[in-house]
Ligand binder design. Structure first.
Ligand code: FMN
Length: 320
């Protein structure tokens, strides 16, 4: 699949998730296989003000195309941030028009742009002019179930120069639960000529097959399906390419340790351990005595002890 002139191996992408898709998580997903990576959202305003907010754009070891996602509402600030991020090595820029958080929509950013289509168009136009790399827009189906503005917004962003549209098939009011509308995605796909990537509710390889069949979209983006399962995008890729699912091998504990050591190396012991806790929660979900493991490991701060606890708990369990 291609977005503008950028070629991807396959059509399965990792979704941006704030506080989760940091560089170590992106690297562990890429280790198994994924077509492209999206960073968590970066406030355009903060990107121009402080280097701290740019922590997530560490591109060390990234070998697949990586899009940096920006969020904001001021066209000039958005375009300056996009240009800065292009200079920092982004493969592409993505504009967040789907974040439902009160703080974000309260300032007129994220999903609030689904209610202000003219500002959304002005932002895309300004960002388009400031960068030469591919530009995508990630949106929802609409603001709420009385206002499905995505088809209209998609037409505007395409006209203003977006190279692909990513559509999370839920409205802002649904936040992250409930059914995903493949109909809205299909409508957008039938009316646009740029690639359309569908997102939402892909937790099993067959969800991806069904979503693509129902919407005729060009690719899928996976969010929570990859939590505690960084190998999942690769399984979806293998299924879509009709290869055997068991192309993914290795053990759960080796995966966790590789991920953990990267978090610690990237952020230092203290922050790395803290950042890893939520992942340990997801990795251990569904395992017998997982609650006991979490009770112990969440209190531990020593990296060697955590390594030992992971080895003891997960043993040689294979990825499945
Ligand atoms: C904890 C969390 C953080 C998220 N952060 C972002 C973000 O920074 N930018 C964005 O566009 N979407 C964000 N999302 C939405 C996801 O990218 C995705 O659209 C949503 O989870 C639906 O996909 P899924 O059902 O595969 O999880 C976030 C979702 C979660 C659960």
């Amino acid at each position: 699949m291609k977005i503008a002139n950028l070629e991807f191996q396959g059509n399965v992408f990792l979704a941006p998730m704030a506080g989760i898709t940091d560089a170590p998580f992106r690297r562990i997903v890429q280790h198994f296989g994924v077509s492209g990576l999206w960073t968590e959202m970066i406030s355009a305003h903060a990107a121009l003000k402080s280097r701290k907010s740019l922590e997530t754009i560490n591109l060390v070891g990234h070998s697949v195309p990586t899009f940096f996602q920006i969020v904001g509402h001021d066209p000039e600030i958005m375009s300056n941030a996009a240009s800065l991020l292009q200079d920092m090595g982004a493969s592409g820029i993505d504009i967040n028009m789907g974040c439902p958080a009160r703080k974000v929509v309260g300032s007129g950013s994220g999903a609030a742009l689904m209610k202000d289509l003219s500002l959304a168009g002005i932002i895309v136009e300004a960002v388009r002019k400031s960068i030469s790399i591919p530009l995508t827009v990630k949106m929802r189906s609409g603001w709420d179930d009385r206002s499905y503005t995505a088809p209209e917004l998609a037409a505007i962003v395409e006209q203003e120069g977006a190279d692909a549209i990513i559509i999370h098939g839920r409205s802002r009011s649904a936040v992250h639960s409930g059914p995903v509308s493949s109909e809205i995605i299909a409508t957008i796909k039938s009316r646009t000529s740029v690639p359309v990537i569908a997102n939402g509710g892909v937790n099993d390889a067959h969800d991806a097959v069904n979503l693509i069949a129902a919407s005729r979209c060009d690719g899928v983006m996976i969010g929570r399906g990859a939590l505690g399962r960084p190998w999942f995008p690769k399984m979806v890729l293998a299924t879509l390419q009709t290869k055997e699912k068991d192309l993914v091998d290795g053990t759960v504990s080796d995966t966790i340790l590789q991920h953990f050591h990267d978090e610690v190396e990237t952020f230092g012991d203290q922050v790395g351990v803290r950042r890893m806790r939520k992942h340990l929660g997801w990795y251990s979900k569904g395992f017998p005595r997982g609650a006991d493991f979490r009770f112990t490991v969440f209190r531990e701060t020593n990296t060697e002890t955590i390594t030992r606890l992971v080895c003891n708990f997960f043993g040689k369990v294979a990825i499945s």
